[in-house]
Design a protein around this ligand. Structure first.
Ligand SMILES: [Zn+2]
Length: 627
């Protein structure tokens, strides 16, 4: 009885929180009718670039007279049916509302009194914002087409009619038919076994928010990395990927040690073709990752630490609305660095944290005050606009402040109990604050007085008492950069043999900051561009195969008009679609008339190969006139 009573209290609490968390980015009405499970059934039609099939939603009726309201974007709805438990499906009515630029269109389905299931027969549109269809030429292997989804933030509605709010969690099952010889994978347990017959079944029994439903189809191979870890990639990439990701199992073990058990069964990674617009996407059981992280020396695996960390912060405890996005990303960025420290040592953590702080300070210069707030107001805006360094780096710095103030042991214990307490729930910033007060601040009032929690969460900028992560290794790099800039040493005299990617990035950023002020180039060189030439001759940055170093170098090349790097810049923009890289490069180009003309010429050719999410961003940067 005790258990039953407890259960009832938990149900009531979660309903109340669902009602109070208003999601401005969903038309749905989960407080009245709540979707609990989704059965998906599709044909993947590459010729038409569409998914065609049905979604069957199992619903819970809370207010019996209310209709079901779903989110959609550019879906073609053929037919809607409803059914009471176990009974035959009857054709029902529906109304597709007007489409909003950001939100898509509401699909309203009146419900017969006993209806508990709703089946929607539909197909997606070829331009669906959450799907990218790649021609064989856009893949690594060049032989087979490829499809992948990206649902976060509100793109699930462009391929599934559902309550597309992170406050609504569902379990799902799927039956996917593809051309024979292609493999389908999802953010779920694969029930089909290894046969490649074009007929695949999946099941996700743990309730997840809609933005974590994911599908990819392509010529994929699998390689095991450990007892519960592995990697999928195109045949061309699989060996490189498996070498680069060989520490994955170690990372899972390290994270469990810090924050409690990994609760999702397997942890696999899918390496996508280069047009994937993000670094990684934390789809449960199956992280989607950019191939630009495969540097050959494991120097960019912080990305995997990040996506893995989301298995706790984000997937297990989820932001209830996109206003609360920092609960996902700030926590995850903090956890990412803790994982790196556990696996690769404190020095690596210090370097990553110092780079993060630098990026944050640089970005804050150009942000409006309203966009510097962790608990950001995104009403009337595209939630993807909130994806700046604020939720990631400012959020992580806030948690670091708590850690440094309360001590690591106490803070780790707090985080562990936080993940347990809110496991498989979607929570608001207010809920986090309450929990923080009750379980950390109020228990240690003298220490709590040192952390301006309200300022961290609700005010722009960085509080004056914020920690300043620093790296002794970086101090040495900085010294070398200055010696060279002051003409005291030649590039060949720098002790670079053991420099890591992070040290090189810091070196370049230091040089860039100095070059920006006039009259600051080494004496023997006339211009910033000449200085870059000297570095390039010594260190071959233009030819770097490391995507982060190449990106930093190309950005500097635009700023300093270093023309020998221009062909590489064009090649980079033509082959990589990761928004983190291409958006700043186009922004930098667009600052001068000649640069803008060059940007438009490149973009005209690159645009058809970019993901719809990247296209939206770059169209905006270049005020793309359309053609
Ligand atoms: Zn993340």
């Amino acid at each position: 009885m005790m258990y039953r009573l407890l259960f009832a209290i938990i149900v009531v609490t979660s309903l109340v929180s669902a009602v109070t968390a208003q999601d401005y980015h969903s038309y749905s009405n989960p407080a009245a009718v709540r979707v609990r499970h989704v059965d998906l059934d599709w044909d993947v039609v590459f010729e038409q670039k569409i998914l065609k099939g049905s979604a069957t939603l199992t619903i819970e009726r809370i207010s019996p007279n209310e209709p079901l309201i779903l989110d959609t974007r550019d879906l073609k709805i053929d037919k809607v049916e409803t059914s009471a438990d176990g009974a035959r499906y009857e054709v029902g009515t529906f109304k597709l509302g007007e489409s909003d630029k950001f939100l898509g269109a509401p699909l309203t389905i009146p419900l017969p009194p006993k209806a508990t299931r709703v089946r929607i027969h539909y197909s997606t549109s070829p331009g669906a914002s959450g799907l990218q269809w790649l021609d064989p030429a856009q893949t690594a292997g060049k032989k087979s087409p490829f499809l992948f989804t990206q649902s976060e933030a509100i793109h699930a509605r462009s391929w599934i009619p559902l309550q597309d709010s992170p406050g609504v969690r569902v379990t799902y099952a799927a039956h996917v038919r593809t051309p024979r010889n292609l493999l389908a994978v999802m953010s779920a347990e694969n029930l089909s076994g290894p046969a490649r017959d074009g007929d695949y079944r999946f099941r996700m029994d743990q309730p997840i928010p809609s933005y974590l439903i994911a599908l990819a189809v392509g010529d994929l191979q699998f390689q095991s990395l450990g007892p519960r870890t592995g990697v999928y990639a195109e045949p061309h990439t699989i060996a490189l990927a498996a070498r680069e990701l060989s520490d994955t199992e170690k990372m899972v073990v390290a994270t469990e040690h810090l924050y409690g058990p990994y609760r999702w069964g397997r942890y696999d990674i899918l390496i996508l073709p280069p047009s994937f617009p993000y670094g990684g996407m934390e789809n449960p059981r199956l992280t989607f990752a950019t191939p630009t992280m495969l540097a050959g020396d494991k120097s960019l695996v912080s990305l995997i630490a990040h996506e893995l960390a989301h298995s706790w912060s984000g997937n297990l405890v989820t932001n209830a609305t996109w206003r609360d996005f920092w609960l996902n990303e700030g926590f995850t960025t903090y956890l990412e660095r803790r994982i790196l420290e556990a696996v690769y040592g404190r020095s690596r953590e210090e370097m990553e944290a110092a780079l993060g702080l630098r990026d944050l300070k640089e970005e804050i210069v150009s942000l409006d005050d309203r966009d510097e707030i962790l608990h950001i107001d995104l009403k009337g805006r595209d939630p993807d606009d909130g994806s700046t360094d604020i939720p990631y780096e400012k959020g992580a710095l806030f948690l670091r402040h708590l850690e440094e103030t309360f001590g690591r042991a106490r803070f780790d214990q707090f985080l562990k109990s936080y993940f347990n307490h809110f496991a498989f729930q979607s929570i608001t910033t207010d809920q986090f604050e309450d929990y923080l007060k009750q379980n950390l601040l109020n228990k240690n009032p003298a220490l709590a007085a040192k952390v301006p929690v309200d300022e961290w969460i609700n005010k722009p900028g960085i509080p004056a008492s914020a920690p300043t992560p620093s790296s002794p290794a970086f101090a040495k790099v900085q010294e070398q950069a200055h010696l060279w800039l002051e003409s005291k040493i030649k590039p060949a005299q720098m002790p670079v043999a053991k420099w890591t990617t992070q040290e090189w990035l810091h070196f370049l950023q230091t040089v860039q900051t100095v070059l920006r002020s006039p009259g600051s180039v080494p004496e023997s060189l006339d211009s910033a561009a000449q200085s870059m030439g000297a570095l390039d001759r010594a260190f071959h940055f233009t030819r770097s195969g490391n995507s982060e170093i190449a990106f930093q170098w190309l950005l500097m090349s635009i700023r300093n008009r270093y023309e020998p790097a221009y062909p590489r810049l064009e090649e980079f923009l033509m082959t990589i679609g990761r928004r983190k890289f291409i958006k700043p490069l186009y922004e930098e180009l667009a600052k001068t008339p000649e640069g803008k003309a060059r940007a438009l010429a490149i973009y005209r050719r690159a645009r058809p190969t970019y993901h719809p999410i990247a296209v939206t961003s770059i169209d905006d940067v270049l005020k793309w006139p359309g053609e």
